[in-house]
Design a protein around this ligand. Structure first.
Ligand code: VGL
Ligand code: ZN
Length: 211
């Protein structure tokens, strides 16, 4: 598929932060490969936005605050099931900073998520309570963007939830598959692709863009 981008397209680069990269607190397998791909992909877009997982210390999604629990277990919170994570992307820490090799200075907006202590947010559109909006849909609409391409981390969490919410909010959503990496615990990656397929999220590759 040869993709021709237009000024109505936007690239969302999701969570390319130290804690998700090699040596980070919540390292995503092979995540280091994504940064150069994202840098190059960004050149095909007139508009690029970055997202940043941005938790206060003691965030409810951290296993460390749940007695007797360990990372990757699932607990029931008031808004539903929550995977517990190692402490990661704490506001103002080195782990929360963008990868040093990320080179997208033209990015127009950085949207932060997971900022409230008691509510996680994989989606860049809407928090895990499924009520609190981040404002991204309004921003995209006001600027006339209709197609949202997504690359970054992690395919089965922030990328997938954001793609699904983009569709729910009436945007075309296209995940650039090879410019993403997954956490993939307990079948989470296959389940995420199935949900995205059913919702009409398109699956594309960096090789679909002009060199
Ligand atoms: C993410 C788990 C916890 C992600 C963020 O960026 O996919 N995953 N926080
Ligand atoms: Zn997080």
């Amino acid at each position: 598929m040869g993709i021709v981008t237009t000024p109505r397209d936007v690239l969302l680069v999701v969570d390319l932060q130290n804690d998700f990269l090699p040596g980070g607190a919540l390292e995503v397998p092979d995540a280091g490969a994504v940064v150069p791909l994202a840098n190059r992909l960004a050149g095909a877009f007139a508009h690029v936005l970055l997202t940043q997982d941005w938790h206060p210390p003691g965030h409810r999604s951290f296993a460390s605050g749940h007695a007797g629990r360990v990372p990757f277990e699932v607990v029931e919170l008031d808004y539903g099931p929550q995977v517990l994570w190692p402490d990661h992307c704490v506001q103002g820490t080195r782990g929360a900073e963008f990868a040093a090799s990320l080179a997208i200075p033209q990015a127009e907006l950085v949207i932060r998520k997971g900022c409230r202590r008691d509510v996680d947010s994989y989606s860049v559109f809407c928090e895990a309570d499924r009520r609190t909006r981040t404002g991204l849909a309004g921003y995209l609409r006001e600027r006339g963007f209709t197609r949202v391409f997504i690359a970054g981390l992690a395919t089965d969490f922030c990328v997938a939830w954001s793609a699904l919410d983009a569709r729910a909010d009436g945007f075309d959503a296209l995940v650039v598959e090879d410019a993403c990496r997954a956490i993939d615990k307990g079948g989470s990656l296959a389940a995420a692709w199935e949900r995205m397929r059913a919702a009409g999220v398109a699956r594309v590759r960096t090789t679909d863009f002009p060199a």
